[in-house]
Design a protein around this ligand. Structure first.
Ligand code: UGA
Length: 426
């Protein structure tokens, strides 16, 4: 098949490359000249393990090409995936400006029947809106169908997730479009859920919100475990082995971040409110998440006798999670801001993220922790798990470790003379 992907971020680029792997011919369309030039040269404009090799392979084999030319791209492709961003508006709802502008371009350049697929995370009712927007700006009525086909891949493991989905959701009322989509996904060994567009759109929000809820649940429970000196990791394990609950997304830490959970939970809350059926459970999920970095700072203050003023704090990790260079809604940045309010002196390190203009960022961990009163783990990067702790302790001013991700071995660190504080990691 010939497929057009509009929007070349994590989701668009990964989706396009997966389709290349399945033997399809893909065009990536984006308005950003920089991104197009980089991608056309086989270079990713973001960090995602394994993806650049695949990009370079398919660019070289000419299975994928990138363009800014909307007219030609839309005219030449009859299966179009919308993968543009849907940022958050001030009231928490999703901003559909980019989706709308893609819909309008499609309506202008549509030359024959098209199947238009929304893969971006969009509010319930967006597929119907896209249909309306296209119809409204069409000069002559050319037939088309709109399908909702949400994506469930995670940053940091995008390739693996896109190749091995748990399920594929196809939301459409058109038999023609449904047949085409099933043919497209025929080689994926997972269930295909066929439903209408609204249910499909809700599935995406419901899934992300449920995962966020698991995280907030374990984080709030961790606060109780902390008081009772219970190891929350043991609790997660014991609870997660129940098949009805499952072991994933039960890691207590500094709260969830990223470009999806915070935005999507708020968007679903907003949808519920607009319909007069507030989702109080999700409102609590947000509240707990926002309180988590504050909770952690309070533990740090307690360890230092109530005050972090003039303490030198080495923060390890800026990304919102390991294996990505994404810092959007990163709990780490939230913590850094709070540390500055507490008048602590902050030094930072991240293996991949370079914070533009961040004068206190250091390229190596040793330099970051030199003279520090405390070291804080904010991102679960593998390379922070097995550091030469004896050596680092000699470099530090005071041996305090705050493990915001529960990735270190408390026993080993304490035997080396560190004062260790995790998130109920007793
Ligand atoms: C999330 C979903 O997991 C994907 O299924 C979805 O496709 C994606 O959003 C999206 O909507 O595009 P992502 O944001 O890339 O993926 O990352 P996650 O692995 O879900 O992590 C989100 C946040 O939760 C991170 O800050 C992570 O550190 C935190 N987390 C995750 C925990 O604090 N504890 C856990 O046990 C798991």
């Amino acid at each position: 098949m010939k497929i057009l992907i509009v929007g070349t971020g994590y989701v668009g680029t990964t989706t396009g490359l997966i389709f290349c792997e399945m033997g399809h011919q893909v065009t990536g369309l984006d308005l950003d000249d920089h991104k197009i030039k980089a991608l056309q040269a086989g270079k990713l404009h973001f960090y995602e393990p394994g993806l650049e090799d695949l990009l370079s392979k398919h660019v070289t084999a000419q299975n994928i090409m990138f363009t800014k030319n909307s007219k030609r791209a839309i005219e030449e492709n009859d299966l179009i995936f919308i993968c543009v961003g849907t940022p958050q508006c001030d009231d928490g709802s999703a901003d559909l400006t980019y989706v709308k502008s893609v819909a309008e371009s499609i309506s202008i350049y549509m030359n024959r029947y098209k199947v238009i697929v929304t893969k971006s995370t969009v509010p319930v009712g967006t597929a119907n809106l896209v249909t309306k927007w296209i119809k409204e700006s069409q000069d002559e009525q050319i037939p088309f169908d709109v399908v909702s086909n949400p994506e469930f891949l995670r940053e940091g493991s995008a390739l693996h997730d896109a190749l091995n989905p748990d399920r594929i959701v196809i939301g459409t009322t058109s038999e023609t479009a449904s047949k085409l989509m099933k043919e497209l996904y025929q080689n994926f060994p997972c269930p295909i859920i066929e439903t209408n567009p609204k249910a499909s759109e809700m599935i995406k929000y419901a899934a992300n919100s449920f995962l966020a809820m698991k995280i907030s649940y374990i984080n709030e429970l961790a606060r109780v475990c902390d008081d009772l000196k219970i190891n929350v990791k043991d609790v997660s394990k014991g609870v997660g082995l129940d098949h009805r609950i499952g072991p994933h997304f039960l890691k207590a830490g500094m709260g969830y971040g990223g470009s999806c959970f915070p935005k999507d939970v708020n968007a679903l809350i907003q949808i519920a409110k607009e319909n007069g059926k507030p989702l109080s459970i999700l409102e609590s999920v947000v509240q707990v998440n926002e309180g988590q970095p504050r909770y952690f700072i309070d533990k740090m203050k307690q360890a230092f006798g109530g005050d972090l003023k003039n303490k030198i704090i080495a923060v390890l990790g800026l990304a919102f999670k390991a294996n990505t260079d994404d810092t959007r809604e990163s709990p780490s940045l939230n913590l850094i801001d709070r540390l500055k309010v507490e008048q602590a002196k902050v030094k930072v390190h991240d293996p991949i993220v370079k914070m533009a203009g961040h004068s206190d960022q250091f390229p190596v961990i040793e330099e970051t922790v030199a003279d520090a009163d405390a070291l804080v783990i904010c991102t679960d990067w593998d390379e922070y798990k097995n550091l030469d702790w004896e050596r680092l302790k000699l470099l530090m001013n005071q041996p305090y470790i705050f493990d915001g991700r529960n990735i270190l071995d408390k026993g080993i660190l304490e035997s080396l003379g560190f004062h260790y504080v995790g998130v109920a990691n007793h």
